[in-house]
Design a protein around this ligand. Structure first.
Ligand code: NAD
Length: 698
């Protein structure tokens, strides 16, 4: 018998149990085990019904993704499903945990499905740039109708057991999976219920066959945010084939769509991103088994833009927070912003109507730092000024209980220096959230010189608990994300001096797939901040200065690099800005030239990649994947391009190094010369990925 799938007979009911930890993924061993056991049960004349269930914490949670890039090994999932579906004896899938992807496809090939009430069922393939390739796009619409099928397949989110029951995806909710499945099998035997093969049941397709808009409207709603992605559209086409074609032809269409996606660049990037995110949660250089400290009470200092957003993130996860301000007025304003924010989300239907009150009740606004005394974790989010940060950490040292983790949300400041203000630098680190903090998933966990290992694991664990994606980085100016972004900003500014317009630069960047270009982003953040800091440091940036001198601070003044009309956030190109740029360049005696889109793209991306190489060499980030995760979750890097370091490998490091050298000369900017690591890898014909593998092995 197979090692991971067992067969047991309880008089007339055969129980096939998959036991392949951790998640019973459909590896070749699991596939052949199921195939073998089902065959035997069918051959056993004593057996009248078959229950397929799983041991451990979940039903089959999906395909074995590691097999995607290898040659396929028999039996294929299709063969296994055919064996199940063609069984003359009823096969019941008994589900607990999650039935995802290939797991749900197995269940869909069974004649009946039951699940425990906590179970979740879904086809998330689209999130890896794929579509369900084992009949899911053909059987699910037949089980639940095309509307919900589109939602589940094109959106990729799972549904609950009760929704599955309501919509015909399962037949019953049971207590325990194995016992419940067995009881259900006995019931259908007693009732002599006919076998239901979804492939032969078109009843739920009739409505959409008569009125195709049911399907097209569902697709339009689900693909609204799918800009640039291939998989959601291919997945929708496959569901469309279920409506338009007989089952077997639909299956063929599904297969074609799957094959195209699985061999394409987008899915490769999305699968890479999936693994990079998992990997990023592993902290290098921390002793194995380092336990995080216990965190029950959290305090946040500062109820401004970031403090408020961070407080909301904790409240959203059901964790109470104490939010500390300097005065009643500041506190009232901060609490008001959060309240409004929640109410707007509730009005949009994003959270239940009673959620704003419930979540606000978890946020205890107070005045005075002494209120942090019970907190296990304190996150500081006050003004970005070293003197103020130092003062706050000095005071925290006085009030915080021993062992409390002290985190700063600083964007740029040196955490080592901040830590020195306390007598417990081992408890200090950075937790750098991104704006808006209640939405953006990234949290850069900044490891300072003296940060204790368990303080790091605590921050990573807490970040994950509130649904963030943590990436551990070292101390440097701007850490990983903002340090790389600064390189892009520098080039964006230079491009204006050479003849490009803000809208041209931004268009290239958004066409690439970023949500916003550097100039629209500047307008959003406010141009006055940089202007003031330049004045303080005695630095000039003539075009940006001229904009600010004309009162153009960005969105908040309705004008910046763009104009904004009627309170809208949509950036509109403004001839005034072009005029202002022309005048500035004339004054400086510079001529505008035609800058190609290709040059813009290269100068936006390659200097960031170059900085990424420096960051790796300095060990500020442990892996290229960590840098990619930071860009995916902190800056909206398009997932189908994997992240800047993955993208660099796709483009080829030699090409990137050559182009950087070219621009270094062309624009007389030695800082654009390829970083030593990039240069070396380019010369050796290597990639960041191969370098990461070699460094891991070393
Ligand atoms: P903000 O000005 O909106 O809020 C700062 C808040 O801190 C104010 O409400 C202020 O009253 C309060 N405060 C000041 N001193 C305090 C003290 N001693 N005790 C209690 N409260 C005090 O600033 P922000 O944008 O929320 O930024 C906060 C921090 O987060 C900064 O370090 C910033 O660099 C960092 N950060 C900002 C962003 C962003 O996009 N805004 C993103 C990431 C990180």
């Amino acid at each position: 018998m197979s090692e991971v799938v067992s067969l047991e007979r309880h008089d007339v009911v055969a129980i096939v149990t998959v036991n392949s930890p951790p998640v019973n993924a459909l590896s070749v061993a699991v596939r052949s085990g199921i195939n073998e056991c089902v065959k035997r049960a069918i051959a056993d004349s004593e057996v009248k019904a078959i229950v397929l269930t799983c041991a451990g914490r979940t039903f089959i949670a999906g395909a074995d993704i590691t097999e995607f890039s290898k040659p396929p090994q028999p039996p294929s999932l299709h063969e296994v499903l055919a064996e199940i579906e063609n069984s003359p004896k009823p096969v019941v899938a008994a589900i607990h945990g999650t039935a995802l992807g290939g797991g749900l496809e197995v269940a869909l090939a069974c004649h009946f499905r039951v699940a425990v009430k906590e179970a979740r069922l879904g086809l998330p393939e689209v999130k890896l740039g794929l579509l369900p390739g084992a009949g899911g796009t053909q059987r699910l619409p037949r089980a639940v109708g095309p509307e919900l099928a589109v939602k589940m397949i094109v959106g990729g989110d799972p549904i609950s057991a009760s929704d599955a029951l309501k919509n015909g995806l399962i037949d019953e909710i049971v207590e325990g999976p194995a016992a419940g499945g067995e009881a259900f099998a006995r019931k259908i035997l007693a009732e002599k219920r006919p076998l239901r093969k979804l492939r032969d049941d078109d009843s739920k397709l009739a409505a959409a066959r008569a009125d195709r808009s049911i399907f097209t409207n569902a697709v339009a709603a689900m693909t609204k945010k799918a800009r640039g992605l291939e998989a959601p559209f291919a997945a929708a086409d496959a569901v469309g084939a279920a409506i338009d074609l007989p089952f077997d032809e639909g299956l063929k269409k599904e297969r074609e769509g799957f094959t195209k996606l699985v061999t394409g660049d987008q899915s490769k990037a999305q699968r890479y991103a999936f693994f990079a995110e998992r990997e990023a949660a592993k902290i290098s250089g921390v002793p194995e088994g380092t336990k995080p400290r216990n965190v029950e009470r959290v305090a946040i200092i500062g109820a401004g833009t970031m403090g408020g957003g961070i407080a909301m993130s904790f409240a959203n996860a059901g964790i109470p927070v104490t939010l500390v301000e300097t005065g009643e007025e500041q506190l009232k304003r901060g609490m008001g912003v959060m309240q409004k924010n929640y109410e707007a989300t509730a009005a949009r239907g994003g959270i239940p109507a009673d959620a704003p009150a419930k979540r606000m009740a978890l946020i205890n606004g107070v005045v005075g730092l002494e209120h942090v005394k019970d907190a296990d974790l304190i996150i500081e989010a006050v003004f970005e000024t070293m003197a103020i940060k130092k003062e706050v950490f000095g005071a925290l040292d006085k009030y915080a209980k021993p062992g409390a983790v002290l985190a700063s949300n600083t964007s740029y400041l040196n955490i080592n220096e901040i830590a020195k203000e306390t007598k417990r630098p081992q408890d200090v680190l950075g937790m750098h959230f991104f704006s808006p903090a209640n939405v953006m998933k990234l949290c850069e966990i900044v490891r300072a010189e003296k940060t204790a290992p368990d303080v790091l694991t605590t921050a990573v664990a807490v970040a994950r608990r509130i649904g963030k994606v943590p990436a551990v980085v070292g101390v440097c100016d701007g850490f990983v994300g903002n340090r790389m972004l600064a390189q892009r900003g520098k080039q964006a500014e230079k491009l204006l001096f050479e003849g490009a317009l803000p809208q041209q630069v931004d268009a290239v960047v958004t066409k690439f797939g970023m949500p916003m270009g550097p100039f629209a982003m500047g307008d959003l953040a406010g141009l006055d901040i940089g202007w003031r800091s330049r004045k303080d440091r005695g630095i000039k940036s003539e075009i940006a200065d001229a904009l600010c001198e004309a009162g153009r601070f960005g969105q908040k003044t309705g004008k910046g690099y763009y104009k904004y009309e009627g309170g809208s956030r949509a950036p509109l190109p403004d001839p005034e800005v072009e005029k202002l740029i022309d005048e500035t360049l004339q004054r400086l005696g510079r001529k505008r030239r035609q800058v190609s889109d290709e040059e813009i793209l290269e100068r936006m991306m390659y200097p960031m990649i170059n900085e990424g190489a420096r960051i790796l060499e300095e060990k500020i980030a442990a892996r290229p994947g960590d840098i990619d995760v930071i860009w995916l979750y902190g800056y909206g890097w398009p997932v189908y391009r994997g992240g800047p370091m993955f993208y660099a490998d796709q483009v080829g490091l030699k090409h990137i190094a050559d182009r950087l050298s070219h621009y270094a000369k062309e624009t007389s900017d030695p800082s654009l010369e390829p970083a030593p690591l990039l240069k070396r890898l380019a010369a050796e014909g290597k990639t960041f990925a191969s370098w990461a593998r070699e460094s891991k092995a070393a």
